[in-house]
Design a protein around this ligand. Structure first.
Ligand SMILES: Nc1ncnc2c1ncn2[C@@H]1O[C@H](COP(=O)(O)OP(=O)(O)OP(=O)(O)O)[C@@H](O)[C@H]1O
Ligand SMILES: [Mg+2]
Length: 236
């Protein structure tokens, strides 16, 4: 059985039909890069998985448990972590308090992450642990959001454009953290605009176009397929 499966998932914003029957299967400990042009529906897919956008049809299953139609809070409790595009920190809480807000008890089959591990990944957060998160730079808030989600000990982590606006050195660290997450058995769906990064970390690449998955394959298969890249990824 796959860790995570989506079948025939549809979503609308009002009358606009955005997701058109998405099917996806993700094994444990694998990294899927979700690619596509602006507006292709990548963030909507993540929001629909999380229940923030209600699915209008289809199923979303984590270890065989149906999540479609459940509330975001319960979906998160079931073991899906979400790092949205918009950095969502609690501005009036300190860095460390923000991290503590994310802590959820681990399932027995899920690795337990600790605040100290987060500080080891991002020493900058440790230096600023007693500062209110509202004072952090955008990049630091990004790191904080990602660490807070990880402390929820998810089985599957959805990360939407984590390297956007980060300095190249920090981008490297974020990539290492993502690889580490998968090494510890957690599956990752990554929306990443930088193609080289997306291809480097992924076990599998899914390309979205107009709310459908138009390509699934290995990073090498995509690298070897200029037609798909031209049609669905590169800016004309
Ligand atoms: N809250 C909303 N209400 C109505 N339409 C929306 C809303 N959010 C997104 N859309 C539309 O849904 C489509 C998919 O948007 P989505 O944000 O999922 O794309 P994306 O692939 O994440 O692209 P990017 O992050 O580059 O904008 C777009 O046409 C967008 O305009
Ligand atoms: Mg998006």
């Amino acid at each position: 059985m796959n860790l995570f499966e989506i079948n025939g998932l549809h979503a609308h914003y009002g009358k606009s039909h955005i997701l058109h029957g998405i099917n996806m299967a993700i094994p444990e400990a694998s990294i899927v890069s979700l690619l596509g042009r602006n507006g292709s529906g990548r963030s909507t897919l993540m929001k629909t998985i999380m229940g923030l956008v209600p699915p209008t049809a289809g199923s979303v299953q984590l270890v065989g448990q149906e999540l479609a139609g459940q509330r975001p809070y319960d979906i998160c409790r079931s073991g899906i972590g979400y790092v949205p595009e918009e950095r969502l920190v609690f501005p009036n809480l300190t860095v460390e308090e923000n991290l503590m807000m994310g802590v959820q008890k681990a399932y027995s089959d899920v690795p337990q992450w600790t605040v100290d591990e987060m500080y080891n990944y991002f020493p900058r957060l440790k230096e600023r642990r007693d500062i209110n998160a509202g004072y952090l730079s955008g990049g630091e808030q990004q790191m904080l959001t990602m660490c807070r989600s990880l402390l929820g000990n998810p089985r599957l982590l959805l990360i939407d454009e984590p390297t956007e606006g980060l300095a190249p050195k920090i981008v490297e660290v974020v990539m290492e953290v993502i690889l580490d997450i998968a090494r510890r058995g957690v599956a990752v769906v990554l929306v990443e605009q930088k193609l080289t990064i997306a291809l480097k970390v992924a076990d599998e690449v899914h390309v979205m176009g107009h709310g459908e998955l138009v390509f699934k394959g290995t990073p090498k298969a995509l690298a070897d397929d200029p037609d798909i890249r031209r049609r669905w990824l590169e800016v004309a």
